[in-house]
Design a protein around this ligand. Structure first.
Ligand SMILES: Cc1cc2nc3c(=O)[nH]c(=O)nc-3n(C[C@H](O)[C@H](O)[C@H](O)COP(=O)(O)OP(=O)(O)OC[C@H]3O[C@@H](n4cnc5c(N)ncnc54)[C@H](O)[C@@H]3O)c2cc1C
Length: 241
């Protein structure tokens, strides 16, 4: 089951995606992620698996009581393709390891810009958030202006490159928040839960929330079904209370 997750790519937003490139424990070992957590915890008593029921009970006990270090024994490595606005919010999570594409080395291509489906309106009671949508007519007109803006920015980028300007400077012409970037990112299950709790929440920006939800639905929950159940029970539920 977990082996099918490795190299699985899930589309996100209009041109983005996320894929799981590796995991610890690797599916080849035949040890599930949940069991790796339980086994790590049992080292405390120099023990090992005591059967499914007792193992699951122990895992729930660990998460309920914030005994988090066994969850750090499971790791996920992703490749992500997302707009720069998503990258900037993601890299605030210092417990991840990253390596990103270099816009100084590789030129951007014409289709490398995020085009949102709709324009969300400024929320009334939260200066950082959005709510509702622009009316369809204004939405379409403004979307066309965004496309024109991308086209113009990209044409200027090309003009600068053709004039011999270095890629590291020519990119000043590109619309900064919406250009798509690719990066690899590694995190352990404990810190991934922290990320998911914050970034799957309703107050997280949509453009990162959809990536967090894609991780949870497609990789985290299938790879760690017991942990996901405990996470929903003890962490997500307490967030909503
Ligand atoms: C809805 C939302 C709005 C936000 N708005 C803003 C904003 O307006 N401006 C802004 O700058 N940021 C903003 N952020 C980012 C936020 O402040 C955090 O930087 C980000 O969510 C990472 O959280 P973290 O530090 O808990 O995670 P990580 O960096 O992954 O750290 C995980 C945990 O490890 C511990 N830790 C890690 N590093 C240290 C350290 N050096 N010292 C002590 N403990 C450490 C902490 O317990 C931390 O919670 C926003 C985040 C969200 C979810």
């Amino acid at each position: 089951m977990t082996s099918e997750l490795i190299n699985k790519r899930v589309p996100v937003l209009d041109k983005g995606w996320i894929e799981l490139t590796d995991m610890l424990p690797h599916p080849n070992t035949g040890i599930s992620g949940d069991l790796a957590i339980v086994n790590a915890a049992r080292v405390s008593f120099l023990g090992e698996s005591k059967g499914e029921e007792a193992d699951k009970k122990l895992l729930f006990y660990l998460l309920r009581n914030a005994h988090t270090s066994p969850f750090e024994m499971v790791e996920f490595k992703f490749r992500v393709h997302a707009p720069l606005v998503t990258w900037w919010q993601w890299v605030r999570h210092r417990t991840w390891n990253f390596n990103a594409q270099s816009g100084r080395y590789s030129p951007f291509d014409e289709s490398a810009f995020y085009v949102p489906g709709v324009w969300r309106l400024q929320a009334k009671d939260n200066k950082q958030a959005s709510e509702g949508e622009l009316d369809p007519e204004t939405n379409q007109a403004l979307m066309q202006k965004l496309l024109n803006h991308y086209e113009q920015g990209y044409a200027l980028y090309q003009e600068a490159l053709q004039a011999g300007v270095a890629k590291e400077m020519a990119r000043f012409f590109l619309p900064g928040f919406s250009v798509y970037y690719t990066w690899v990112a590694k995190v352990d299950a404990h810190n991934l839960m922290h990320f998911l709790r914050l970034r799957m929440a309703a107050d997280a920006q949509y453009e990162i929330r959809v990536y967090a939800q894609a991780i949870y639905d497609n990789f985290f929950a299938p790879a760690l079904p017991w942990t996901a159940e405990a996470f929903e029970k003890y962490i997500l539920k307490s967030r909503q209370d």
